[in-house]
Every structure is written in structure tokens, then in C-alpha cells.
Design a protein around this ligand. Structure first.
Ligand code: ADP
Length: 430
């Protein structure tokens, strides 16, 4: 490529104007001869410009027309730039094709959704698992195609920490797990996995626990009945047997509450069981729970106070809410030393309604707090066994709150006490 374009222009002008000048001198018309020379040069430039325009518009992919001088340089440079661009485009397309081919081969469904929630691209698995049709569904709103209210709520909340497990929109016997991640400028990438096998295994585990608990209930009731009869009998009992009978009765009662808690958990976990939406008078319920807690405390002499700062009613299941709240209050009684103070509070604000149970008991060390709602998790198993705990109370609380869109907060300082707070959203208020 020629770089000295100024030299080229001067050279060309010189060789055009020189003969014109000679001819002008010969014929005594120097000015006209120069005008003719410059016009010829201008005409040549105009022609090159038109060729350039024609080439750019009509044949940009072909080699540029042959020409000399500055125009030749311009043609060549633009042609080289175009070829480099084309090569880069081809390389980029190849990368995109490879990515698309690998995502298309995935067994999980991958769906690209734009800022407005409209479908942009999806792989073959998405067609098989979600019933998307290509290209008809392109640009459709994802919530128009997957209409399950749980998915719509999950998609519209716009922050996706936990995945969502729901039945497939095209086959109710299949379970799908939806995971959504934000990327780019508000776009979302949705990955859908088939978790039917896992779900069935989990269901088998829940059914097994529920069935065993149910089957054990009848024989245990018989044993407890006989133990009571034996204890109540007028016949004098050997003191050794009396002690044994008392212990047997205590342990049987523990087993009964364990079975009841397991059955309650199994019931709560049955996902397709829709909870009641009856307005529940929480103030009234708490008065009853406070009385029961006072009876549980008995001679241990706890000071249990109740503050009902709102008469808001909560939509939900009375049985479940009573079970959750009494678990928190009874725990406070169990884990607070004699004469300790327990305060129950029910109030409402802009965020929703809240129930807190505070005590000035032993408190819980920070490393245990995030695990407390796990089944059978106990901070100090000897203390729990002594208090007759099953290790399922807080797991029940967590499940009840989940089913009421609530959240449990635990704040505790060892040696100073704990506060368990249940938060309910405004949508749950009556
Ligand atoms: P448990 O039936 O053993 O009481 P929970 O699930 O109700 O089981 O509670 C789990 C553990 O959390 C208990 O074993 C206990 O160590 C701890 N815990 C619960 N409530 C309190 C409280 N108010 N103060 C101190 N520790 C508590």
C-alpha cells in the first residue's frame, strides 16, 4: 500500500498540468489550458468516487475495482478492513455456534429470557421438558407459557436465591427444579432440571416416616393404657416396680410426643396440602398459650407476660399456628431457669405482623443458631432429654412459617437469653 499519498497527488497533478501548460504556451491560452487540465483531474476524481460508491453499495464483498493513486490506497485499505471484520465475524459466529451446540446437547433445559420476561432462546431440552415450540414461542412472555402460580410468583420476585421445585407444565408426574440467574443488562438465564427421581425418593422417605409414626401410635396407646391401669390399681405394688412403672410411663409419654411431632411434620411437608385461609385471632390464641405455659412452668415460677399490641388477625391454619407459637413459648419455659422471665409480644407495622418470644434464660451460642431448625438438632442433648424435648419443635415452627410465607429470626446471647421472632407479610393479614 502506498503511504506517500501527497507525493502521489503532486506527481499526478504535475503530469496532467505540464502538457496543458506547454499546449497553453504554444496556443497563447495558458489560463484555459490549466482550467481544462484541472477539470480533467476533477473529472477523474469524481469517477473514482462514483466507482467507490458503487463498489461499497453493490459489491462490498468482492475485490475493489483496480485503480491507482490515493483512490487505490483507499480501496485497498477499506477492502482489508472489511476482510478483517468478516474474519472476526466468522470466528465469533463459530464460537456462538459451538456454545449453542453444547447447550443444545445439555440434558437440562436452558432458557434465555430478556429484561421484559420474554423468551429469547432455548435449547432442545427446554422443548422436551417445558413444551416450548420453536420459533412460535420466541418473544412470548415466559409466565404465559409456564402458568403455575408458584412459578409466576417465583419469577416475578426477581431475586432468586433458592431454586423452585414444582410439577412439570406438560407432565404432572414429573418434577422440575427451576434455577434463575441474572446476567447482562437485566436478562435472565433459566436452567431447569428434572428432579423426579429425587422428589420420589424424598416422598418415599416422608411417607415411610409418616407410616411408621402412624403404625406405632396404636401399640403405644395400648402400652400407655396398661401402664396407667397398673399405676392406678389398688393392689399394693413392690416399690421397685413402682419406680420402674413411673419411668416407663415417662418414656412412653416422650415417645408419644415424638410420634405426634413426627406426624405433624409429615403433615406439614405434604406440599400439595393447601393450608386454610381462615382469619385467626392471634391475641386470643396467645392468651390460651400463656395459660398453658404457666401451667407447664407450675412450681418453677416463671414470670410470663403477654403484650398484644395489635388486634390484627392472621390468615392461615389455626392448628398449625397454635402448634408453632406454643413450641416457641414452651421452649422458653423449658430452657429458662426457674423464676426466669418470658415475654410474648404480638404487634404490627408497615412490614407486616410479628410475634416475638423473649426469655432471659441460658441463651444459645452463635454457632448453633443457624442449625436450630434442623430436625433433631439439639444444642445440649442432655439438657433437652431432661426437659423432654423431641428436637423437632423448631423444625415444626420453620415449616409452619414457610407455609404462611413467614420467617423466623433468632437472636440470642449466651447467658442473657434469647428472642425468637416470627415475621408475617402484610398479605397474610386480614
Ligand atoms: P427440643 O424439643 O429439643 O426443645 P427444638 O427444636 O424445640 O427441640 O429446639 C432445638 C434446640 O434449640 C433445643 O434442644 C435447645 O437446645 C435450643 N432452644 C430452643 N429454644 C430455646 C430457648 N428459648 N433458649 C435456649 N435454647 C433453646
Amino acid at each position: 500500500m502506498r503511504t506517500n499519498w501527497l507525493g502521489g497527488v503532486t506527481y499526478r497533478l504535475f503530469w496532467i498540468l505540464l502538457p496543458c501548460l506547454v499546449l497553453g504556451l504554444v496556443f497563447g491560452q495558458v489560463a484555459w489550458a490549466l482550467v481544462v487540465g484541472l477539470s480533467a483531474y476533477l473529472a477523474w476524481n469524481l469517477r473514482q468516487m462514483l466507482r467507490f460508491h458503487h463498489w461499497l453499495i453493490h459489491r462490498p464483498n468482492e475485490a475493489p475495482p483496480e485503480t491507482k493513486g490515493v483512490w487505490g490506497d483507499i480501496f485497498d485499505s477499506i477492502y482489508h478492513m472489511q476482510r478483517r471484520d468478516k474474519r472476526m465475524r466468522e470466528r465469533l459466529q463459530m464460537v456462538i455456534d459451538r456454545i449453542q451446540a453444547s447447550t443444545a446437547a445439555l440434558s437440562d433445559a436452558v432458557v434465555m429470557i430478556d429484561l421484559n420476561g420474554q423468551l429469547e432462546w432455548w435449547n432442545h431440552a427446554a422443548e422436551r421438558m417445558l413444551g416450548l415450540r420453536s420459533p412460535d414461542d420466541s418473544g412470548q412472555y415466559v409466565t404465559n407459557l409456564i402458568r403455575d402460580p408458584r412459578f409466576v410468583e417465583f419469577f416475578e420476585q426477581n431475586h432468586y436465591q433458592d431454586p423452585l421445585d414444582i410439577p412439570s407444565p406438560i407432565d404432572v408426574s414429573a418434577w422440575l427444579q427451576y434455577t434463575i440467574t441474572h446476567y447482562g443488562d437485566g436478562d435472565r438465564l433459566m436452567v431447569v432440571r428434572d428432579v423426579t427421581r429425587l422428589h420420589n425418593l424424598e416422598q418415599m422417605r416422608k411417607d415411610f416416616v409418616a407410616n411408621v409414626s402412624h403404625e406405632l401410635r396404636t401399640p403405644l396407646t395400648v402400652v400407655v393404657g396398661y401402664l396407667e391401669t397398673l399405676q392406678d390399681s389398688d393392689e399394693p405394688l413392690n416399690p421397685r416396680w413402682k419406680r420402674a412403672l413411673h419411668q416407663m410411663q415417662q418414656q412412653a409419654a416422650r415417645m408419644q410426643s415424638l410420634l405426634n411431632d413426627l406426624l405433624m411434620l409429615a403433615r406439614l411437608e405434604t406440599a400439595d396440602q393447601v393450608i386454610e385461609e381462615k382469619p385467626v385471632d392471634i391475641g386470643l390464641m396467645l392468651q390460651g398459650i400463656r395459660k398453658d405455659a404457666q401451667a407447664l412452668s407450675a412450681e418453677r415460677g416463671h414470670l410470663i407476660t403477654l403484650e398484644v399490641a395489635s388486634n390484627t388477625r392472621l390468615k392461615g391454619s389455626e392448628v398449625e399456628l397454635r402448634s408453632a407459637f406454643s413450641n416457641l413459648v414452651f421452649n422458653a419455659v423449658k430452657y429458662t431457669p426457674d423464676q426466669g422471665e418470658i415475654h410474648i409480644r404480638w404487634w404490627q407495622d408497615d412490614m407486616g405482623a410479628h410475634l416475638s418470644v423473649s426469655d432471659n434464660g441460658a441463651g444459645i451460642a452463635p454457632q448453633h443458631i443457624h442449625r436450630l431448625t434442623e430436625r433433631f438438632y439439639r444444642v445440649d442433648s442432655s439438657r433437652s432429654t431432661h426437659t423432654g424435648g423431641t428436637g423437632l419443635g423448631l423444625a415444626i415452627v420453620k415449616h409452619v412459617l414457610l407455609r404462611h410465607q413467614g420467617k423466623l429470626d433468632i437472636i440470642s446471647t449466651p447467658g442473657h437469653g434469647s428472642t425468637f421472632t416470627c415475621h408475617f407479610p402484610t398479605t397474610r393479614l386480614d
